[in-house]
Design a protein around this ligand. Structure first.
Ligand code: GLN
Length: 545
C-alpha cells in the first residue's frame, strides 16, 4: 500500500477563515519543491454531494472532470495547484453513512453492532486512503471542513487521530482566528486558545497553528499562542489579510512553512525552487496594474439579507481575474441582478457603462427575462458578451425571438408550453426528471466538442480540432431548430462529436459574442486563463469599430 505523508487541516473559532485557500497554498509551496500533492476536502453535511445545494446556501457547486458536483474548495485547489481533482477527493458525511448503511444491509458486518467507532471511522479512513492509493502522491492534504466543536466534524477528527495512531505519518495544522476588537485595537488570542483546547479534547495536539487575522501576528501574541497551545513558537504562522488570495503561498514562503513541515517529517525537497519564480512574477505584476476593465455579471444568486454572496459565482469571478491579469488589466466586477431589468427594462442601459457582459449558469425562471434583455442589448449594441451554459441557452432564446422572429420562443425548462421550444430537455433526461432523481443525474463532467475551423472559438482555443470542457446541464439547443438558427446567422462553432449537441456559438460581425453550453470557468487557472475568458478580455482592449 502507498504510504504518503498526511497533512490534516482543521479550523477553529469561526467558519469562513479561508481554510481552503490555506490548504491550497500549503499544497502549492510543497509542489514548488517538486512534491506531488493530492488534496481532499471533507464536508460534515449529510447531503451526498453539493449538487442539490442552492448556491446561496453553500456557495458555488464545483464540477470535476469526472462528473462530481462538489464543494467549491476543490475549485481553489485546482486553480492553485493546476491539477485535475477527482470527485472521490470530496468526502461528505452523507457518502460515509450511505456506504456504512449499504454495507450493513448487505450483511458485510457479519452480525456486529454497527457503530460510529469503528465502522464509520473505518469507512472515513478507507475513503482517505483510497485517494492516496489512486494517485500515489507524496502528500495528502486533508481539509476537515467546519470548525472544531461542531458535532458534524468530530467523527472525522477522530478518524484522523486513529490514522496517526495506526502509524501513518501525519502533521496537524489548525487554522484559527485572532480577532482585533475595535474597542481594544489589539490582537486577542483567547479564542484560539479555546479552540485548541477543544481540539485536544478530541485527542489532537496541533503541530502548527495558522493565525488568520486582519494584521500580521506580532511577537507578543505569537509567544502567547505558542505557550498556551503548546506549539513551537516558529510553528505559529501568521496569515494576515492579503490583497488577493494567490499571494498567500508567498506569505507562507516568507515564514518558511514548507521547510518546517518537511523538517517535521525529516524530509528533504527533491527540487529547487525555480518554478516559484513565475508565480512570484505574476503576483508582483498584478500589484502594479492600474488599467481597469469593467465586467458585468448578470445573475440572480446575489442577495442573502444585506450581503452579496460572490461565492455563488466564485469560479466565474476567478476566471475573469485570471484572464484580466494575464492581459495586464485590473478587473472591476459589477454585480447586476437580472430581476432589476424585469422591473424596469430601460435600466438595461446601465450596461453602457461596462466594457463586457457575462451571463453565467443558472436554473429556473426567476430573473430569466432580465438576462434575455441584457443579451439583446449586447447583441444589438456590439457589447462584448460571454454566455456560460444557461447564458448560451438564453442567447439562443433571444436570437430565436428577435432575429428568427419566433415569437414566444423559450426553453422548456422555463415555459414548457412555448410555441417554439428552441431549448429542450436532453432526451435521456426526461425519465430522470419524471422520477425526481435529481442528484448527480445532469449531463456532468468533461465532454469533447469538435470545433468548426476558422471560427473565433477555434482560434481562441489555439486552432484545436477537439476541446474538452466541463458540463452541468439537462437542457440543450433543440436539434429541430439548428437549421433555422444557423440560416439566420448564428454560427455553431463547436458541436458534440456526434453532431447532435451545440457546444459553442458565436456571432460574426460582432466585437465578441460567444457562448458555450459548458462551464469554461472550471478550467481557468491562476497561471493559465481559460481561452474564452482570455478572448473576452482581449476583445475589450480592441477599440470599438
Ligand atoms: N438550467 C439549464 C440546464 O439545466 C442550465 C444549467 C446551467 O447553467 N448549469 O440545462
Amino acid at each position: 500500500m502507498h504510504k504518503p505523508y498526511y497533512i490534516f487541516i482543521t479550523g477553529g473559532v469561526l467558519s469562513g477563515l479561508g481554510k481552503g485557500i490555506c490548504t491550497a497554498s500549503i499544497g502549492k509551496i510543497l509542489q514548488w519543491r517538486g512534491f506531488k500533492v493530492e488534496p481532499i476536502k471533507i464536508d460534515g453535511y449529510l447531503n451526498f454531494d453539493a449538487g442539490t445545494l442552492r448556491p446561496t446556501e453553500h456557495g458555488e457547486v464545483w464540477v470535476t472532470y469526472d462528473g462530481g458536483e462538489i464543494d467549491q474548495d476543490l475549485g481553489h485547489y485546482e486553480r492553485f495547484l493546476d491539477v485535475k481533482i477527482s470527485k472521490i477527493n470530496n468526502i461528505t458525511s452523507g457518502q460515509i453513512y450511505w456506504q456504512v448503511i449499504k454495507n450493513e444491509r448487505e450483511g458485510k458486518y457479519l452480525g456486529k453492532t454497527v457503530q460510529l467507532i469503528p465502522h464509520v471511522t473505518d469507512e472515513i479512513k478507507r475513503r482517505i486512503r483510497q485517494v492516496a492509493e489512486k494517485s500515489k502522491p507524496d502528500f495528502v492534504l486533508v481539509e476537515i471542513g467546519g470548525t472544531v466543536g461542531d458535532y458534524e466534524n468530530a467523527i472525522f477528527i477522530e478518524a484522523a487521530r486513529q490514522m496517526r495512531m495506526e502509524g501513518e505519518k501525519c502533521v496537524f495544522i489548525h487554522v484559527s482566528y485572532v480577532p482585533i476588537p475595535k474597542h481594544l485595537g489589539e490582537q486577542k488570542t483567547k479564542p484560539t486558545q479555546h479552540s485548541v483546547k477543544m481540539l485536544r479534547d478530541l485527542g489532537i495536539q496541533p503541530d502548527f497553528i495558522i493565525c488568520r487575522s486582519e494584521k500580521p501576528l506580532d511577537d507578543v501574541r505569537r509567544k502567547k499562542i505558542a505557550t498556551f497551545c503548546d506549539v513551537k513558537e516558529e510553528n505559529v504562522i501568521s496569515d494576515p489579510d492579503v490583497d488577493f488570495v494567490y499571494e498567500l503561498p508567498l506569505v507562507f514562503e516568507e515564514q518558511k512553512l514548507a521547510e518546517k513541515i518537511l523538517s517535521h517529517f525529516n524530509l528533504k525537497p527533491p527540487q529547487t525552487l525555480a518554478v516559484k519564480k513565475r508565480w512570484e512574477g505574476l503576483v508582483g505584476k498584478i500589484k502594479s496594474l492600474d488599467k481597469k476593465v469593467k465586467i458585468a455579471i448578470v445573475g440572480k444568486y446575489f442577495d442573502i439579507g444585506n450581503f452579496v454572496l460572490a461565492d455563488s459565482y466564485i469560479s466565474v469571478i476567478e476566471a475573469v481575474k485570471h484572464a484580466s491579469w494575464h492581459n495586464g488589466v485590473k478587473p472591476e466586477i459589477i454585480w447586476i441582478n437580472s430581476k432589476d431589468f424585469e422591473k424596469d427594462p430601460s435600466k438595461v442601459s446601465v450596461l453602457d457603462e461596462v466594457d463586457g457582459v457575462i451571463v453565467p449558469g443558472g436554473f429556473g425562471s426567476s430573473g430569466v427575462e432580465g438576462k434575455v434583455l441584457a443579451i439583446k442589448y449586447c447583441r444589438e449594441n456590439n457589447k462584448p458578451f460571454l454566455g456560460l451554459c444557461f447564458g448560451l441557452q438564453l442567447a439562443v432564446v433571444e436570437f430565436a425571438r428577435n432575429v428568427c422572429k419566433l415569437e414566444g420562443a423559450h426553453s422548456t425548462e422555463i415555459y414548457p408550453n412555448t410555441p417554439y421550444p428552441v431549448i429542450d430537455i436532453l432526451p435521456e433526461q426526461k425519465d430522470i426528471l419524471e422520477k425526481s432523481k435529481y442528484g448527480a443525474t445532469m449531463r456532468l463532467g468533461e465532454y469533447p466538442a469538435v470545433l468548426k475551423k476558422n471560427t473565433l472559438v477555434w482560434k481562441l482555443y489555439g486552432k484545436k480540432e477537439v476541446v474538452y470542457e466541463r458540463h452541468r446541464h439537462r437542457y440543450e439547443v433543440n436539434p429541430e431548430y439548428h437549421q433555422t438558427l444557423q440560416s439566420h446567422g448564428l454560427v455553431f462553432s463547436g458541436m458534440s462529436p456526434d453532431g447532435r449537441l451545440v457546444e459553442f456559438i458565436e456571432l460574426p460581425n460582432h466585437r465578441f459574442f460567444v457562448a458555450t453550453q459548458a462551464h469554461p470557468e472550471f478550467t481557468s487557472r491562476f497561471m493559465k486563463p481559460n481561452p474564452l475568458f482570455d478572448g473576452l478580455i482581449k476583445a475589450l482592449s480592441v477599440p470599438k469599430p
